[in-house]
Ligand binder design. Structure first.
Ligand SMILES: [Ca+2]
Ligand SMILES: [Ca+2]
Length: 154
């Protein structure tokens, strides 16, 4: 666990030259791990407006490496985070906010407790089980949660 924590901190403290204040870099993107909590929609508005002139969006997970990077941060901070997908348009079909691309067609981490569990839950988060193991979860969109914003690195 300590080893995982150290790796997480190492990744956070490295390479912030190409990112705005408050963001950390991983490959071609910059990420902000929020200190405040918002609803899922409030989080997207915050990503777009809080860092003016930088415009960010709720994070879109493009591949396994990016997913692992985000999972490590969630583990290191023991925090659950909103990410940028929902099934608000078509129930049961999770799509990323801007691209409209479907979630998890070539990899996915819907691995615990039968998620997406549906019902009143339509927004996607990185959740943690009781052993601090991250997984994707659908959650009630009006819950107030931490969130991750992403913008392209310069
Ligand atoms: Ca991304
Ligand atoms: Ca769920």
């Amino acid at each position: 666990m300590i080893f995982i924590l150290m790796i997480g901190l190492l990744v956070v403290s490295k390479a912030r030259g190409n990112c705005p204040d408050g963001f950390v870099q991983f490959r071609e993107s910059c990420y902000h791990f929020s200190h405040s909590r918002e609803t899922w929609m409030g989080a997207q508005v915050a990503c777009k407006e809080a860092f003016f002139p930088t415009k960010a969006n709720l994070v879109k997970i493009d591949d396994q490496a990016e997913n692992q990077f985000l999972f490590r941060q969630a583990q290191a901070t023991r925090t659950e985070y909103w990410i940028g997908a929902s099934d608000l348009q078509v129930k049961g079909v999770y799509r990323w906010l801007n691209s409209g691309q479907e979630v998890g067609t070539y990899f996915n981490f819907w691995i615990y407790s039968g998620n997406p569990s549906g019902g009143p839950e339509h927004c996607m988060e990185i959740s943690l089980n009781t052993n601090n193991v991250p997984f994707w979860n659908d959650q009630t969109c009006t819950d107030f949660q931490h969130f991750i914003c992403e913008t392209a690195a310069k």
